[in-house]
Design a protein around this ligand. Structure first.
Ligand SMILES: Nc1ncnc2c1ncn2[C@@H]1O[C@H](COP(=O)(O)OP(=O)(O)OP(=O)(O)O)[C@@H](O)[C@H]1O
Ligand SMILES: [Mg+2]
Length: 202
């Protein structure tokens, strides 16, 4: 759990703690579909005949993407002791790699080590995929990560505000092609859950 880097807000959240509409919040059907998908992944994990797949979960802000991704990590860690990791694409992955080039950084020279850590963990969440700047460096580092996880058949859970199709033309389509095979694309169409706690303005 300590190595998983799950943000405090989403730690100790489980399938059973998610609001599925029992309270006054009424989630969109798309949220139920995504929840069912997460439920199946978690409960079938130990079944040798089950072939797990990652997801590409996308939708508007506050629709519950980060929550669902972290719930899967929490469940897999607590039920099966699976090695999991959470990373925001910029802050936790791309910036961590860039830091290794700085001579005064604690992680100076450890680029390969960090990349291997992300490539080898059993289940990786890449949160906010698509917020990173379009650059040759970013595309190459993400391609290397995704290709390595693809080849090792590791599970990758991506969240984004943009549909997967936007990656068709980016990075020569090589990231897109792998993600199409590694993940199931699910769109969340729910309203912003954060607004539930905001008093209505008149
Ligand atoms: N169905 C739900 N049940 C309980 N809490 C929820 C639900 N959906 C969202 N939340 C809560 O609402 C807040 C926003 O959800 P979350 O951070 O997952 O949104 P997001 O889709 O990742 O948004 P963004 O695109 O802005 O990152 C979080 O505090 C989350 O725990
Ligand atoms: Mg989020």
């Amino acid at each position: 759990m300590e190595n998983a880097n799950i943000p405090a807000r989403y730690r100790f959240q489980f399938l059973s703690t998610i609001d599925l509409g029992e309270s006054n919040h009424d989630p969109d059907l798309s949220f139920i579909v995504a929840h069912d998908w997460a439920n199946e992944l978690v409960h079938s994990w130990a079944d040798p005949s089950f072939v797990p797949q990652g997801f590409y979960l996308w939708g508007g802000t506050g629709s519950g993407k980060t929550l669902l991704a972290c719930v899967i990590l929490n469940e897999l860690i607590f039920r099966y002791g699976v090695k999991c990791k959470y990373a925001k694409v910029n802050k936790d992955f791309l910036s961590a790699i860039r830091d290794t080039y700085q001579t005064d950084s604690e992680t100076h020279g450890q680029e390969r080590f960090i990349e291997r850590e992300f490539a080898n963990v059993d289940v990786l969440v890449i949160d906010d995929f698509g917020v990173q700047k379009e650059s040759e460096f970013n595309n190459r580092k993400l391609y290397d990560l995704i290709d390595s996880r693809y080849e090792q058949e590791k599970i990758t859970l991506l969240t984004s505000n943009h549909p997967l199709d936007e990656w068709r033309e980016r990075g020569q389509g090589r990231i897109y092609s792998r993600l199409m095979e590694m993940t199931k694309e699910i769109q969340l169409k729910c309203p912003d859950y954060r607004m539930k706690f905001t008093p209505e303005r008149v």
